[in-house]
Design a protein around this ligand. Structure first.
Ligand code: NIG
Ligand code: FE
Length: 415
């Protein structure tokens, strides 16, 4: 058995809990000064002050990791990404800088459909190689669990190829991957006006295979004007639920359609984006306990107004913050950028954004029982920051402070 003792952390953030934190609870991150963590193999055995643990446990034979002057936190959970895709769309970014809108580029054949062509043309090996590199970049930012979606295939073969690539990646590198099926991500021209047929094709021809190979836990849909309506989304999500999928929704991103209300109605784990979510939608989500996943880097890159995360928390909702890494609307997985935008533009405190990136992110991907906090029984997924306080996270603006990452009890990255 391997035993490790992390000690003398200037600030140890526990985020203790096995469920999402709602409203005011998001401010309670369980901070311990001169903190320590005892680890056996891949699991946390005890958390407390260095003095407490030193007196309670026999530490002989432990590998000691001195965290003097450092902040120690649970590994971050990036609970919404599209990190497996073929090709890039740098041209679209320059068009947007010129003033074109995301939806107008999509309507003239660019956007998601452009990535569909490139992803169909990519081999499984290429998707795995690129995906592996992206996961390594995430780990540098302290991300130890990530959600990834399909949705750049829109046909059986390519949707399965994306999901199989993610399954393979789970075996090749340390970051844990939670997979989401997002077949209804866009409508190809041949399906315009026949969206329900497209959804039925996904439900009957693709998703049974996804279940059979255990390729995705969640089902997601892009509910948006000129993409999938609320009625089609309701139908898809309810059918997916019957098949055993947990639910997520890309909701109220560009137009207020009622995606947040739908998330509450169908019992989704989360609704994501929510830039235009209505007061009613936010209230419904808070009442239903569904997690509001906000993606501030996407709003930033699209020059859209940020989601009303402050209001969501004040209304008692649980908020998660995630990157949305994808080849179009948001080609960044920068956690420091997310922290800066959350604190400076969305009005979150440092404590709230830490909760949003740890235990609430874990809850949004149904992993709050095993990651997202530092407490006995959980996976030893732990990150070490260069500075002695959480307050350096927004203050050293958009700079990566992660010096060391432990995954399942092993140091997997050290600067
Ligand atoms: O979450 N909004 C829909 N889907 C993605 C964008 C995908 C893309 O532009 O390729 C998102 O932002
Ligand atoms: Fe997305």
């Amino acid at each position: 058995m391997s035993k490790k003792f992390i000690c003398h952390a200037a600030e140890l953030v526990t985020c203790r809990g096995k469920a999402p934190k709602y409203g005011k609870e998001m401010s309670d991150i369980g901070l311990i000064e001169d903190g320590a963590v005892l680890i056996e193999d891949d699991k946390i055995v005890a958390v407390g002050t260095t003095e407490e643990l030193s007196s309670r446990f026999n530490l002989s034979g432990c590998e000691v990791i001195d965290a003097t002057g450092k902040t120690v936190l649970p590994g971050f959970v990036d609970s919404h990404t599209h990190f497996v895709f073929g090709g890039y769309r740098a041209d679209e970014f320059s068009w947007r800088l010129r003033g074109d809108s995301y939806m107008s580029i999509m309507e003239r054949g660019g956007g998601i459909n452009a990535s569909v062509t490139k992803t169909r043309n990519a081999t499984m090996e290429e998707l795995v190689a690129e995906g592996k590199d992206r996961l390594a970049r995430m780990l540098e930012f302290g991300v130890t669990t990530v959600e990834g979606k399909s949705g750049y295939g829109l046909d059986k073969e390519t949707e399965l190829k994306q999901l199989r690539a993610m399954k393979e990646l789970g075996k090749l590198q340390p970051v844990d991957i939670v997979s989401t099926f997002l077949g209804p991500h866009s409508v190809l021209p041949e399906y315009k006006g026949r969206e329900r047929e497209f959804i039925d094709m996904m439900l009957h021809e693709v998703m049974p295979q996804v279940r059979a190979e255990d390729l995705a836990e969640f089902a997601d849909i892009f509910t948006e004007k000129n993409v999938f309506s609320v009625e089609d989304s309701r139908y898809y999500l309810n059918e997916a639920k019957k098949m055993g999928f947990k639910l997520k929704i890309h909701a109220d991103e560009m137009v207020q359609l009622g995606g947040a209300e739908l998330a509450a109605e169908v019992g989704a784990f989360s609704a994501d984006h929510l830039l235009k979510a209505s007061d009613q939608g936010i209230a419904d989500m808070a009442k239903a306990g569904a997690i509001c996943t906000v993606l501030p880097a996407t709003a930033f890159c699209l020059k859209e107004e940020f989601a009303r995360a402050r209001k969501m928390i004040d209304e008692g909702a649980a908020v998660a913050v995630a990157s949305d890494l994808n080849p179009g609307s948001c080609f960044t997985n920068s956690i420091p950028l997310l922290i800066a935008l959350s604190c400076i533009y969305m009005g979150l405190s440092v404590e709230e954004v830490i909760t949003a990136l740890t235990i609430n992110g874990a809850a949004a991907v149904d992993r709050a029982d095993r990651v997202g906090s530092l407490e006995p029984g959980k996976q030893a997924d732990i990150i070490f920051l260069k500075y002695p306080s959480i307050h350096f996270l927004p203050y050293h603006t958009a700079i990566n402070l992660v010096e060391k990452v432990m995954k399942n009890g092993e140091i997997v990255l050290e600067k």
